[in-house]
Design a protein around this ligand. Structure first.
Ligand code: MRU
Length: 342
């Protein structure tokens, strides 16, 4: 199976991004040739998803180095621009890690930085394929070689990565083996990454999919309609605590109550071994308007405030398996990233 989604592409003088805010209605691109455009694209989620943010961050450094040369910035201004990219969103560790990875190339110029970012992009696609294969092997080994009903939350697909996907990479691999009966795609309030993006990807890949309200997910799981839940991650602590899109904890609790495996699919670049557990994961709070309004019209009474955390942290004890590009860790059974790499 191939994937024709080009989430990010270096054009030689900028980063071309598939504008995910316009999907599924319109396929549009933004080209970021300056840091301001890239930071804006990251903040408004034109590019999003932890691994895609990592690659965007790395190319963002190339953009900053190029812009500094064109505009005659000194090193301080250039470094401030790089810091703005690094800090554009806080939760996905990949963004800062992607920036940090290419910093040693800054002195060699924008082309050298872009070449390293391109290597990251290609590694991410290869890693996604490996995650897909390891994940499908583990799931079929555990549940039996049969068509499965899979639940996923948010979008951890080609759009959230440099291509193919992590959680959806596992789904694509299962589908390639004829082992997907149906994917429940949680709609993912308030920005609808599931309804808009996951459903778009699954539809293009002809994988059967039902979009459901986030609030339906625990009941769907408890009613026995789900064989396995597969989600992505934005940051995973050494003990396996996993930050992912808000609502993931509800999915995890229902899975545990129903005896359904919860599989987290993520590359090692999403693991933050500097954090012993999830308490230290910074959780992004997004603008109130995302939950107080709908389609530009206010839905909540005037004067009412909002609490809008974009992510939650699923405790390691609820994570059955973590699938990375190097294999599977059975986290709730005690096999944690910190133990393996520590
Ligand atoms: O706010 P978003 O859309 O960037 O959130 C994305 C997610 O929560 C994804 O599940 C996660 O980044 C994994 S992507 C492979």
């Amino acid at each position: 199976m191939t994937n024709d989604v080009r989430t990010l592409e270096w054009t030689g003088d900028g980063l071309r991004l598939l504008d995910q805010t316009a999907l599924p209605g319109r396929v549009e691109y933004v080209v970021a040739r300056d840091v301001g455009t890239l930071v804006d694209a990251i903040r408004r989620l034109a590019v999003r998803g932890a691994p895609a943010l990592g690659v965007a961050g790395a190319f963002g450094v190339a953009i900053a180095v190029r812009e500094a040369a064109l505009e005659g910035w000194d090193d301080d201004l250039r470094d401030a621009a790089i810091a703005a990219v690094r800090e554009a969103r806080p939760t996905a560790v990949n963004l800062a890690a992607g920036v940090d990875r290419v910093l040693p190339f800054v002195a060699k110029g924008a082309d050298a930085v872009a070449a390293e970012a391109q290597a990251m992009l290609e590694e991410d696609v290869r890693g996604n394929r490996a995650i897909g294969a390891f994940g499908a092997d583990w799931i079929l080994g555990r549940l039996g070689d049969r068509p499965l009903r899979v639940l996923t939350h948010c979008n951890a697909g080609a759009l959230a990565t440099a291509g193919w996907g992590t959680a959806l990479g596992v789904v694509r691999e299962l589908h390639g083996r004829g082992r997907v009966e149906l994917v429940y795609a949680d709609e993912t309030r308030p920005l609808l990454q599931g309804a808009r993006l996951t459903a778009w990807e699954l539809d293009r890949a002809a994988i059967p999919c039902a979009v459901q309200a986030d609030a339906a997910a625990p009941s769907t799981i408890l009613r026995g309609l789900v064989d396995v839940a597969v989600i992505g991650a934005d940051r995973i602590a050494a003990n396996g605590d996993t930050a992912n899109k808000i609502g993931s904890v509800g999915v995890a609790l229902a899975c545990r109550a129903a005896g359904v495996p919860l599989v987290v699919a993520a590359p090692w670049s999403t693991v933050d071994l500097a954090l012993p557990d999830g308490d230290g994961i910074p959780i992004e709070e997004r603008p109130a308007g995302e939950v107080l309004s709908w389609g530009g019209a206010r839905t909540a009474p005037a004067g009412v405030g909002a609490y809008n955390p974009a992510f939650d942290v699923t405790p390691a004890r609820l994570v059955t398996a973590l699938v990375t590009e190097t294999g599977v860790l059975e986290v709730s059974a005690g096999s944690t990233p910190g133990r393996l790499r520590g």
